[in-house]
Design a protein around this ligand. Structure first.
Ligand code: G4P
Length: 522
């Protein structure tokens, strides 16, 4: 058996509009996975408009294929995991980040680090996911490169190592100088300012820089020298430990820095890493096949209600037709039609290796957070559920449909779209979501896929926390707070609070109870 090609499994994190869609498209283009720029873009734009987005979600297929995009370049296989752009779906994004080995952080050169970038960065840091930074849109007026680098260093407490330097920005932009190799790439001469030929310079004093950059050459020389002296040089080990971020300036739109980004990922981004699990982390070299489900998505065909579970392979050499055991239930599942995803196609996967993502069609058996193993039980940890920020009661249009409603809500809770809480008093289930858009998607899917007309009613509660602690204390707490207690779908106890004030008050008063905003599937 030949050794598998090296794998790089990564995601792009960014604030909306920084250029994630454009960069994704260019990565696929330079990776040979798509032939014409514009295919991903069309999707990005649709997604931005809410109504179109809903239609697309209902049609389903497109979002399924875009969840994972695999391409190959220079003998390395890249698995790019898509994270939904809309912030209401950040929960999904967080879970996707549990399945990657590294992330690319895209920053808009005019805006620097924005709220969503920072939030996602924190998630990466929790899991020590190394970050490569791409400062995008240097073809537009942007902020001073030093200021941008210092912002990354200060706000994220990371060492920065610039790999290239822009010769001017916006109207003055003349190209990018590679600080390590001395290669300079100027725009082509077609007038569109798209990246053109690369010239190998002998160094910053090469006179050809003056020919290509005119008066900007002096600034480039001064700045690049300062940068080389003032910032860290790239130490791949520090990067892989999450202590340093290599930084590339570029323009996804004009193709600057994109190939350099792919090459940088191939050169120093981590190979599939050991995955946190109990009793101990799973190494990619462990012989048995194991993996975890980080995402479940409803399939194209609502009639059949089959769903695709996305499994990140953590160890072993997976082969089609294998039986894997779902650790939570002990159930064996024959995986006969695992799917690989490309930009537009899917293909049956005959073999998959650590770092790869396979889609497993199933009828609701597999859930987010599930561990699948060939032989010995291991439970992957750290695939979180987040405390909902919106709680609603569901009101049925037709009361005879309560059974269908229950099925639908349970299904969607298993997909991780919503959470479901059963109050200890009363029979009306409460649905919890992290953002408003999820509620809209939920109503529309209830109708389209389950033929259940429903609406939401406010619930008396606004937020919820999972609780744990000493059994006697727990019992007392639950009795004292009976009306505010509920169970999640696994029977885990949940405390619901009317508002943030009540929650904080309760947390402070109940020192012996642990309140958790995140829950991992055990
Ligand atoms: P997102 O997925 O992170 O939300 O961002 P997206 O790629 O959709 O890009 C947001 C906007 O920024 C788009 O403009 C896109 O064309 C532009 N953009 C992305 N990369 C670059 C770049 O390197 N340089 C410049 N100048 N612009 C860039 P838009 O006006 O919203 O869409 P469109 O009408 O241009 O398609």
């Amino acid at each position: 058996m030949s050794a598998p090609a090296p794998r790089r499994t990564f995601a792009i994190i960014s604030h909306p509009d920084a250029g994630k869609t454009t960069l994704t498209e260019k990565l696929l283009l330079f990776g040979g996975a798509i032939h014409m720029a514009g295919e991903v873009r069309a999707r990005g734009q649709n997604r931005r408009a809410r109504s179109d987005w809903m239609k697309i979600e209902q049609a389903r297929g497109i979002s399924v294929t875009s969840s994972v995009m695999t391409f190959e370049r220079g003998g390395t296989v890249f698995n790019l995991l898509d994270t939904p752009g809309h912030e209401d779906f950040s929960e999904d994004t967080y879970r996707t980040l549990t399945a990657v080995d590294s992330a690319v952080m895209v920053i808009d050169a005019a805006r620097g680090i924005e709220a969503q970038t920072r939030k996602l960065f924190e998630v990466c840091r929790l899991r020590d996911v190394p970050i490569l930074t791409f400062i995008n849109k240097v073809d537009r007026e942007g902020r001073d490169p030093f200021e941008l680098l210092d912002e990354v260093a200060d706000m994220l407490a990371l060492d920065v190592a610039p790999l290239n330097w822009p010769a001017g920005m916006g109207g003055e932009f003349k190209g990018l100088y590679d600080l390590r190799s001395g290669k300079f790439q100027a725009p082509d001469d077609t007038g569109t300012r798209t990246a053109g030929a690369i010239t190998q310079m002998t160094g910053l004093d090469d006179p050809r820089l003056d020919e290509l950059c005119g008066p900007i050459a002096t600034r480039l020389r001064d700045q690049a020298e300062l940068a080389l002296g003032g910032y860290a040089t790239l130490d791949p080990e520090l990067y892989r430990k999450g202590a340093l971020t290599p930084v590339l300036f570029g323009s996804a739109l004009k193709d600057f820095g994109v190939e350099e980004l792919i090459d940088a990922l191939a050169e120093f981004a981590p190979s599939p890493r050991p995955q946190p699990a109990l009793p101990e982390p799973v190494k990619p070299t462990d012989p048995q096949v194991s993996g975890f489900v980080f995402k479940v998505q409803a399939n194209m065909n609502p009639q059949h209600r089959d769903r695709i579970a996305f499994l990140r392979i953590a160890s072993g050499r997976f082969r089609r037709g294998m039986k894997l055991r779902q650790v939570a239930t002990g159930k064996a599942i024959a995986i006969n039609s695992p799917i690989f995803f490309f930009a537009q196609d899917r293909e049956i996967a005959d073999e998959a290796f650590p770092g790869d993502i396979i889609g497993i069609p199933n009828h609701g058996v597999l859930r987010v957070g599930d561990s699948l193993v060939e032989k010995d039980d291991v439970t992957f940890t750290g695939i979180p559920n987040f405390a909902p920020e919106i709680l609603r009661r569901v009101k049925l249009g037709d009361p005879t449909k309560s059974k269908q409603l229950r099925t639908a809500l349970t299904d969607m809770a298993e997909e991780g779209v919503t959470q479901l809480f059963k109050p200890m008093i009363g029979s009306q289930w409460i649905v919890g979501v992290v953002g408003q858009l999820q509620l809209e998607v939920l109503i529309s899917r209830l109708e389209a896929e389950y033929r259940v007309a429903a609406s939401f009613e406010p619930s008396p509660y606004e937020t919820a926390r999972w609780i744990s602690g000493d059994p006697a204390e727990m019992k007392r707490f639950m009795e004292d707070n009976r009306p505010a207690m509920a169970e999640d779908r696994d029977g885990g106890p949940v405390f619901m609070a009317r508002d943030a004030w009540e929650l904080n008050y309760t947390i402070q008063r109940e020192a012996k109870i642990r309140f958790s905003a995140v829950r991992e599937r055990a």
